[in-house]
Ligand binder design. Structure first.
Ligand code: COA
Length: 348
């Protein structure tokens, strides 16, 4: 299928005089650890099936009463600490599990972080949300609308999973990650060099929460609660994930003039280790260059990329000066890729 883009789409991003540069990274996981073994007690599944089909060994789920905004607040505070700053010009929060359908979660998080009356808004691009949020925050900086932006990806998928659905319950985890972007030069380590973003609403039904929006109106307290659960056509999603992230990554590398072999660290959306392997093979990037933390946290949707970045830094897999390629894919369908030379930062 030919993907139409406007004449000027994307490609001028990295050629502006001003860039958005990564200055801080912070993450937060809720304390409740949920092992495969624990899920096997209530679902017709096994640790062996989950490990071999997905690579996931465990995930963290928020306790009752903990919302996405709470995780976003913790990660946001850590990112600000990591950057050594206490003020920003805007907050962009990627999530598909907001605290409420209305209002957005970002203004509350910004207020709780003591960031005053700065613009704050949510981005709903499901598992590609963090890359979309990075693109939004970076665009505000490159355009001169802001000089420093807090970008957060936070999710509590445990709140929308059907506890009886083994197709989805074993895959998703809760968590949050955040970065501080600041105005700088495209030559600075940490500069977001370019973006490749896309969507295909023709496949919107592959990943969906049917109710809770305007398409299926509330029928009051007697409405069927299962309509509010997350659904996914796993097999088809798998294929799209590999194809879309593969094409998006390749397009970005091409625009940057980066040979795939020159990519030091590949940070793909953490959905399934088999997807990451297929992507690495497709792109021609050694499998051992892929950062993998889905075994520890599962698929955390919009929090996936920042959690993987932090894991990469913590475990020595991502070092200053290395070329890092990030790519994500999610419901919508949506996808996006970006890249940077990793800067010298302290992850909190
Ligand atoms: N435990 C045991 N068996 C399970 C299971 C589980 N947790 N989940 C599914 N199965 C069963 C299926 O019912 C099916 O049984 P059947 O053959 O009797 O019908 C069998 O395992 C194979 O199912 P299938 O869906 O073909 O498995 P799969 O190898 O495709 O793996 C996923 C399923 C969900 C792990 C995989 O498709 C996947 O990772 N998809 C992409 C998910 C993703 O990227 N999501 C995020 C995008 S944002």
């Amino acid at each position: 299928m030919t993907v139409e883009t406007t004449e000027h789409a994307g490609s001028a991003f990295g050629r502006q005089g001003r860039a958005a540069v990564l200055r801080g990274l912070g993450t937060y996981l809720p304390p409740r650890l949920v092992t495969n073994e624990e899920l096997s007690r209530t679902l017709d599944t096994s640790d062996e099936w989950i490990r071999t089909r997905t690579g996931i060994r465990q995930r963290y789920w928020a306790e009752q009463g903990t919302a996405t905004g709470d995780l976003a607040f913790e990660a946001g505070a850590r990112a600000l600490k990591s950057a050594g700053v206490d003020a920003v010009d805007a907050v962009v929060l990627a999530t598909s599990t907001p605290d409420h359908p209305c209002p957005g979660t970002a203004p509350d998080v910004a207020a709780r972080l003591g960031l005053g009356t700065v613009p704050a808004f949510d981005i709903a691009a499901v598992c590609a949300g963090f890359v979309y949020a990075l693109a939004s925050g970076a665009s505000m900086i490159v355009s001169g609308l802001a000089a420093r932006v807090l970008v957060i990806g936070a999710e509590t998928y445990s709140t929308i999973l059907d506890p009886a659905d083994r197709n989805t319950s074993v895959i998703f985890g809760d968590g949050a990650g955040a970065v501080v972007l600041e105005a700088g030069s495209p030559d600075d380590p940490g500069a977001l060099l370019d973006f490749d973003l896309g969507s295909d609403g023709g496949h919107k039904d592959l990943i969906t929460v049917p109710a809770g929006g305007s398409r299926q109106r509330s029928e009051g307290p007697e409405s069927d609660p299962s309509r509010f659960f997350f659904t996914m056509q796993g097999k088809q999603v798998f294929t799209h994930a590999v194809t879309r992230m593969g094409a998006s990554s390749a397009a970005l590398l091409d625009r940057l003039g980066w040979d795939p072999a020159s990519v030091d660290r590949f940070v793909g959306h953490q959905a399934n280790v088999r997807i990451l392997h297929a992507l690495s093979d497709h792109l021609g990037i050694d499998r051992d260059r892929a950062v993998v933390n889905l075994d520890q946290v599962g698929n955390t949707s919009a929090a996936s990329i920042p959690l993987a970045l932090a894991h990469g830094v913590d475990t020595g897999g991502i070092k200053a000066g290395e070329r890092v390629l990030m790519t994500a894919f999610g419901g919508g369908l949506t996808w996006g890729s970006t890249a940077m030379v990793w800067p010298e930062i302290n992850v909190v």
